[in-house]
Ligand binder design. Structure first.
Ligand code: AMP
Length: 603
C-alpha cells in the first residue's frame, strides 16, 4: 500500500501532507512551494494550468481563471447569488439546478474543476514521494453540508483518488494538536480561511479528540473581506471620476487583487497605499485610482464580518455548554485569522492569549495526514469523536421539518423512524430528506427525495415503514427503508444529490486521466523541443567560433544539419523524429569537437 496523503482543499490555497514514519510533513509542490493556489486557468488554445501559473494569469484573463471553486461545490445555483459578486467568471445554472462554470464555451461542474486541483496535488505528491499515490484523506469546512461533502468526495474520485475519509478542517487541526501536545485540555479552533468560517470546541487528551460543538458559515471568508474593500474603492473612484467601472471584468479583477494586497499589508502596517494606474480611460484621457487605506478604516469596513465570526463563537460555547473560562487554548487557523483585529476580538472573547505556535496554513493538512497515518495503522490511534453540524430530518405534513438526528450528535450515528401511508391503498411513499435548523422544510437544505415502492395495498396508516437515517464518520448521510410487513427493503444511499451519478463520475475520472496523460505527453514534447533548440544554439555558436578551423565539408554538413533542425522545430510534432534528430546533432557536435581537439594536439 502506498502513502495516504492528507489534503486541505482550500478555497484559496491547498496544502498536502503525509506521514514520514511518525512525523507529519508537508509536500513540496512542483514549483517548490508548500501551498498550491486552488486556481485553474484555461488559455484560448485549450491549454490548462493549475496552481501558481494559473493564478498569475488571473489579471489578464479573468473570465478563464477559475478560483474559489469550493464556494460552488455541492450548492444549488439559486443559493449562490451573493457569491457571484466575488468572481469574474461565468457561473450558470445546470438543468438539475446545480452550479456549472462556463469557460471558453465549455461548461465544467465545480467537482471537475476541484478534481483538476486535486490531480495537480496528487502529481506533486507522487513526484515528491517517488511513488504512486491513490488514497487520501480530504478536509472540508465543519459547516459543509452532506451535498458539499459528497461533491468533495466525487472531486477526489474524478482525480483518481480513493477518498478514505472526509474530516472537518477544525477537527483536523485538533488532531495535529493532540499529536504534538498530548495533554488534556479544552480547546477552541477558530478557523477563518478564504471562503469559509468555522469554530469548533473540543475536549482532547492524550489519545481522544472529542468535538463538543461546531458552528460556522460556509459563505464567509477572506474573499468577503476583500469585497468590502473593493466596494469602498469603487465608491472612491466614482466620487472622484463620476464613472461606474463595476461592470468591467479586468478592472474588477485588478481591484480585487489590490484589495487583497492592501488587506495583507494592513496585517502588519498601520496604513497602505493603493495605486491602480490606467484603470480606464474616456475622452478626457486615462483614469487612475490612487488612495490610502488606513487600518482603522479597513477595520470599520470589515468589522461586521469580524463580529459575525465572534457571534458564531458565542453560540458554539452555548451549544457545547462550555463556560468560556474552561477553554484552555484558542488555536487560530486559516489565513484570515492573521488579521490583528480578529486576533484582538478572539483574545477578548476567550479572555486569554491565542495559541499561535502552529502554522495556520498547514495545521489542517497535517491533521489530515495524521488521520491517514491512523487509518494506515502507522501511528498510535487517536479516537476522533466528531459531530454532525446540522440537524438531519424529513419533511412532514404542512411542509414542516421533523428533526431525526439533532446537530452536534456524535458521528457515526443512526436513527430510525416509522412512517406510514396517508391514503388508502397508497403504493409508494416519498421521503424528503433535509439538513438544517429551520422548522420550515423549505428553508433547509434538501439532500434528496427517495421513494419506497411496492407497498402492499392497505388502509391508510396501516403499513409500517421503518426508515433508518445514518451519518457516517465522513459526515455523509445514507437512508435505508424497510416495509415492516413485507420485509421489503431498499438500501437507498443518497448517492448523487449533486446530480452526478456513479457512471458520470467514472466517465469524468477516465476523461481526467486521459487529459492528464495528454498533458504529460505535451510536456514531454515541449521539453524535447527545448533540448533540440538548445543543441541548435550550441552548434550555431560552435560554428561561429570555429568557422576558420573547420574543413569546408564539415561546415557545409553542419549548416545542413542546422537547417534540418530549424525546419524540424517549425513543423515537428512527432517526438520520435525529434528524438533521433537530437541524437544526430549531439553526435555531430561530439565528432566535430573531437576533430578540433585532435587538430590542436597535432599543431
Ligand atoms: P486559507 O483559505 O486558509 O488559505 O486563507 C486564505 C485567505 O486568508 C485569503 O482570503 C487571504 O487573503 C487571507 N490571508 C492570508 N494571509 C493573510 C494575512 N496576513 N492577513 C489577512 N488575511 C490573510
Amino acid at each position: 500500500m502506498g502513502q495516504i496523503i492528507g489534503i486541505d482543499l482550500g478555497t484559496t490555497n491547498s496544502v498536502c501532507a503525509y506521514m514520514d514514519r511518525n512525523e507529519p510533513r508537508v509536500v513540496i509542490n512542483e514549483e517548490g512551494g508548500r501551498v498550491t493556489p486552488s486556481v485553474v486557468g484555461f488559455t484560448k488554445g485549450g491549454d490548462r494550468f493549475v496552481g501558481d501559473i494559473a493564478k498569475r494569469q488571473m489579471l489578464i484573463n479573468p473570465d478563464a481563471t477559475i478560483h474559489s471553486i469550493k464556494r460552488f461545490m455541492g450548492r444549488r445555483f439559486r443559493d449562490v447569488t451573493s457569491d457571484l459578486r466575488l468572481v469574474n467568471y461565468e457561473v450558470l445554472e445546470a438543468p438539475n439546478g446545480d452550479c456549472v462554470i462556463s469557460v471558453n464555451g465549455r461548461t465544467f461542474s465545480p467537482q471537475e474543476l476541484a478534481a483538476m486541483v486535486l490531480q495537480k496535488i496528487r502529481k506533486s505528491a507522487e513526484d515528491f514521494l517517488g511513488e504512486a499515490v491513490t488514497e487520501a484523506v480530504i478536509t472540508v469546512p465543519a459547516y459543509f453540508t452532506d451535498r458539499q461533502r459528497q461533491a468533495t468526495r466525487d472531486a477526489g474520485t474524478i482525480a483518481g483518488l480513493d477518498v478514505l475519509r472526509i474530516i472537518n478542517e477544525p477537527t483536523a487541526a485538533a488532531l495535529t494538536y493532540v499529536h504534538e501536545r498530548q495533554k488534556a485540555s479544552t480547546i477552541a479552533v477558530y478557523d477563518w480561511g478564504g471562503g469559509t468560517f468555522d469554530i469548533s470546541l473540543l475536549e482532547v487528551n492524550r489519545d481522544v479528540a472529542e468535538v463538543r460543538a461546531t458552528r460556522g458559515n460556509n459563505t464567509l471568508g477572506g474573499a468577503d473581506i476583500d469585497r468590502r474593500i473593493v466596494d469602498w474603492l469603487l465608491d472612491h473612484f466614482t466620487a472622484q471620476h463620476g464613472i461606474d467601472i463595476s461592470q468591467d471584468k479586468i478592472v474588477m479583477q485588478r481591484m480585487r487583487d489590490a484589495a487583497e494586497r492592501a488587506k495583507l499589508d494592513l496585517s502588519t502596517a498601520p496604513s497602505t497605499e493603493i495605486h491602480l494606474p490606467f484603470l480606464v480611460s474616456d475622452s478626457d484621457g486615462p483614469k487612475h485610482l490612487q488612495c490610502s487605506l488606513s487600518r482603522t478604516t479597513f477595520e470599520t469596513l470589515a468589522e461586521p464580518l469580524f463580529q459575525k465570526t465572534m457571534q458564531e463563537c458565542r453560540l458554539a460555547l452555548q451549544d457545547a455548554r462550555i463556560d468560556v473560562d474552561d477553554i484552555d487554548e484558542v488555536i487560530m487557523v486559516g489565513g484570515s485569522s492573521r488579521i490583528p483585529r480578529v486576533q484582538e476580538l478572539a483574545r477578548e472573547l476567550f479572555g486569554k492569549p491565542l495559541n499561535k505556535s502552529f502554522n495556520p496554513d498547514e495545521i489542517v493538512a497535517i491533521g489530515a495526514a495524521i488521520q491517514g497515518g491512523i487509518l494506515e495503522g502507522e501511528i498510535k490511534a487517536i479516537t476522533l469523536l466528531d459531530v454532525t453540524n446540522f440537524s438531519l430530518g424529513i419533511e412532514v405534513q404542512g411542509r414542516r421539518f421533523a428533526t431525526l438526528i439533532p446537530k452536534n450528535s456524535t458521528i457515526p450515528t443512526q436513527k430510525g423512524q416509522l412512517v406510514s401511508t396517508v391514503v388508502d391503498n397508497q403504493r409508494t411513499v416519498k421521503i424528503h430528506v433535509l439538513q438544517g435548523e429551520s422548522s420550515n422544510a423549505s428553508e433547509n437544505v434538501s439532500l434528496g427525495e427517495f421513494e419506497l415502492q411496492n407497498i402492499q395495498p392497505a388502509p391508510r396508516g396501516v403499513p409500517r415503514i421503518q426508515v433508518k437515517f445514518g451519518i457516517d464518520v465522513s459526515g455523509i448521510v445514507s437512508v435505508n427503508a424497510k416495509d415492516l410487513r413485507t420485509g421489503l427493503s431498499g438500501e437507498i444511499q443518497i448517492e448523487a444529490p449533486t446530480g452526478m451519478s456513479k457512471l458520470e463520475i467514472e466517465r469524468l475520472r477516465s476523461e481526467a486521466d486521459q487529459a492528464n496523460k495528454q498533458d504529460e505527453a505535451g510536456q514531454a514534447l515541449k521539453q524535447l523541443r527545448n533540448k533540440v533548440e538548445k543543441q541548435l544554439v550550441t552548434l550555431e555558436s560552435f560554428l561561429r567560433e570555429n568557422h576558420g578551423m573547420l574543413p569546408k565539408q564539415d561546415i557545409f554538413e553542419l549548416e545542413q544539419a542546422l537547417k534540418r533542425g530549424r525546419m524540424a522545430l517549425l513543423k515537428a510534432d512527432d517526438d520520435r523524429n525529434l528524438r533521433s534528430l537530437l541524437g544526430y546533432l549531439q553526435r555531430f557536435h561530439q565528432h566535430l569537437t573531437k576533430k578540433l581537439s585532435q587538430q590542436a594536439s597535432i599543431h
